[in-house]
Design a binder for this molecule. Structure first.
Ligand SMILES: Nc1ncnc2c1ncn2[C@@H]1O[C@H](COP(=O)(O)OP(=O)(O)OP(=O)(O)O)[C@@H](O)[C@H]1O
Ligand SMILES: [Mg+2]
Length: 321
């Protein structure tokens, strides 16, 4: 693989707009940049415009306005050169179930003019990476759901793309299979391929991605590093399961909000910087004994809900962190 020019983004999208024939404005001016080598998440609720954005970048959907550059190549100036930089894993499994994984990979490379000898060597490498080499010669229809998804990734890697885009690669697969796919994707990224993925699983973005954008109603409502995004969450929520009944008078803890959800469950919101011991000391003083505690929600989930439920006026202001 050729070395990256660190000054050229793997993807640069400027002022992207898409109005479908039926009048739906799926993208209302989206701009974003993904650095080479990055692992980038595109998060957003159903209908936000994620697949439309991916469709335009991969030349499957015509844009209404704006520009797209893949590894510095404008898709309008040289569409096929831009597409050669890019590997796409669509959400739906779309290989021929009656072909073998090895043939699916080699034939795919053939569409891109990769000689058969080269393709055979690459197929072994990508199938090994996807932990599918033992299955290279079975009928694809006999693969498990997780194996089929890994085959989609292996096939996309046949062209050695510099940018791999995955549209909800783990939708509907169980956590074990997802974790296995995370390993595959991490390895691909560690070897230098930039990855962009859309996902509804926020913990997936938190586990994998360094940077992210949250898209809602065709606009980017937040963009930045995962770290800074999470740091913006200055409030943490915990649920405490207590022994026996909660006292009628809950303790007062400055800066924290306590709500009794029922007779033995306490919901506590507190600043992240606050020492948890202060809470335990106050509980002790009130005779509350904690049986177990857990964090209230996934932190990214919390941010996500806050961003997309922000009032429209606030939602319009792009937040960069
Ligand atoms: N071919 C199409 N013709 C008309 N409208 C479309 C078409 N494709 C998508 N849309 C509309 O564009 C908007 C954005 O859809 P898109 O598929 O990009 O969202 P998404 O973020 O990928 O959602 P999901 O998470 O459900 O996959 C939606 O309102 C959708 O109904
Ligand atoms: Mg979609």
């Amino acid at each position: 693989m050729t070395a990256f020019d660190p000054s050229v983004p793997a993807l640069s999208v400027q002022g992207l707009q898409k109005t479908y024939d039926n009048g739906v404005e799926a993208l209302k001016g989206v701009s974003l940049e993904v650095a080479p080598g990055d692992f980038y998440a595109l998060l957003g609720p159903n209908g936000a415009g994620k697949s439309t954005l991916i469709g335009i970048v991969s030349s499957l959907v015509n844009k209404t306005a704006g520009t797209v550059q893949v590894c510095g190549i404008d898709i309008d100036a040289d569409r096929s050169a831009a597409m050669r930089q890019l590997g796409l894993v669509p959400q739906e499994i779309n290989f021929n179930m009656f072909e073998k994984p090895i043939d699916i990979c080699v034939n795919y490379a053939g569409f891109y003019g990769i000689p058969r000898e080269v393709a055979l060597t690459r197929a072994e490498a990508v199938l090994r990476d996807a932990q599918l080499w033992e299955k290279a010669n079975v009928m694809s229809r006999t693969l498990s759901g997780g194996m089929k998804r890994r085959l989609m990734i292996a096939r996309a890697m046949m062209t050695e793309p510099r940018l791999l885009i995955l549209d909800e690669p783990t939708a509907g697969v169980d956590i074990e299979i997802r974790r296995g796919m995370w390993q595959t994707l991490k390895k691909i990224n560690a070897e230098g391929t930039t990855i962009i993925l859309t996902t509804h699983y926020l913990e997936e973005a938190e586990a994998l991605c360094r940077n992210l954008a949250i898209i809602d109603h065709g606009r980017i409502v937040a963009e930045g590093s995962m770290k800074s995004m999470l740091a913006r969450l200055d409030v943490e929520g915990f649920l405490f399961d207590v022994e026996g009944e909660l006292p009628a008078q809950l303790p007062e803890i400055e800066g924290a909000t306590l709500i009794a959800l029922d007779g033995h469950t306490l919901d506590v919101d507190m600043p992240r910087a606050m020492d948890l011991n202060r809470v335990f000391d106050a509980f002790d003083a009130s005779g509350i004994r904690v049986r177990s505690m857990r964090t209230k929600s996934n932190r990214l989930e919390e941010l996500f809900v806050r961003m997309i439920s922000a009032p429209q006026e606030a939602g319009h202001a792009e937040v960069r962190v």
